[in-house]
Design a protein around this ligand. Structure first.
Ligand SMILES: Cc1ncc(COP(=O)(O)OP(=O)(O)O)c(N)n1
Ligand SMILES: Cc1ncsc1CCOP(=O)(O)O
Ligand SMILES: [Mg+2]
Length: 267
């Protein structure tokens, strides 16, 4: 059976797919998600047999969940649901105190609650991401090497890496093609969520420009709220990642909606 190569454009990444004539339309596997078909359907009568079926990545409004000292999984699930209603394009479950079992159970609850409307990534924990059948993982510089994470995640999941400076960006750029889908750049501004060095808007501008010059998508994180979006939009960041600006708000859906609207208007 002959394959027809095509390239799909996600915000900054190309994925190569192979489309094959479908012999048995009735056997077409069901799409597993609106955004992330592991066995996606092509045009009528065609099945897309993918050499790389990674979920579509939209970094515009990336919700990173709050890591609570006292577990409150119901609150995290409700916040994710509300954020997606408000327009969040990507979710990261960030729970610094959980076990792998707790993380995978919570990731599973989030995935079920949002019906795979947007990809869910698990912070720091590849095993939890795989156990939950999440769409991917986000790792830091002190976690396992990106190539090892990619090997464990397989080709069909998303992988992000934190970058705080030029040396870490050099490391990200030195990874083999297809290893990383994006990098998180921060902290851009001071934040109470995590102790981390502040880059400032010019640091973000510099790193985002370098990442983009190499075709690597990036998201800005750290101390980001609505009033800062117009500044961030002057850089080459593909989106914003926020914890408090959604999780600490009385109405997370409205907060997400306002952030996304402002982000789009700033461009
Ligand atoms: C999108 C995004 N960017 C950066 C981070 C920070 O990751 P890391 O430096 O590994 O710190 P922890 O989040 O694990 O405390 C992130 N989580 N997400
Ligand atoms: C996880 C992380 N990494 C760099 S800053 C940060 C926390 C961002 O939280 P907030 O959006 O509340 O400032
Ligand atoms: Mg980490």
């Amino acid at each position: 059976m002959e394959g027809l190569g095509c390239r799909l454009r996600s915000p900054s990444t190309f994925h190569t797919l192979v489309i094959r004539q479908q012999r048995h339309p009735e056997r077409t596997p069901a799409s597993r998600a609106p955004h992330a078909p592991r066995h996606p359907r092509g045009a009528a009568g065609m099945t897309v047999t993918s050499t790389l079926t990674r979920p579509h990545l939209d970094l515009s409004l990336y919700l990173v969940t709050i890591s609570l000292d006292e577990r409150d999984d119901d609150r995290i699930v409700a916040t994710c649901q509300a954020a997606v209603e408000g327009g969040a394009t990507l979710i990261q479950l960030r729970d610094k105190h959980a076990t792998t079992e707790q993380r995978s159970a919570l990731a599973r609850r989030i995935i079920d609650a949002i019906g795979r409307a947007v990809p869910v990534l698990v912070n720091d924990d590849i095993n939890a991401a795989i156990a939950a059948d999440a769409e991917g993982a986000h790792i830091g510089q002190d976690d396992l090497p990106p190539t090892v994470a990619r090997q464990r995640l397989g080709p069909d999941r998303l992988l992000g890496l934190s970058v705080h400076n030029d040396a870490e960006l050099d490391y990200a750029l030195a990874q083999p093609a297809g290893t990383l889908d994006y990098i998180g750049l921060g902290a851009v501004y001071p934040t109470q969520t995590k102790e981390v060095k502040v880059l400032g808007i010019d640091g973000l501008r510099h790193l985002a420009a370098r990442a983009h010059a190499h075709g690597l998508p990036c998201v800005a994180i750290g101390g980001i709220g609505g009033e800062r979006l117009s500044d961030i939009a002057t850089t080459e960041a593909d989106g914003i990642a926020v914890v408090s600006a959604i999780c600490a708000q009385p109405d997370p859906a409205a907060a997400a909606k306002a952030l996304l609207t402002r982000w789009k208007q700033a461009h």
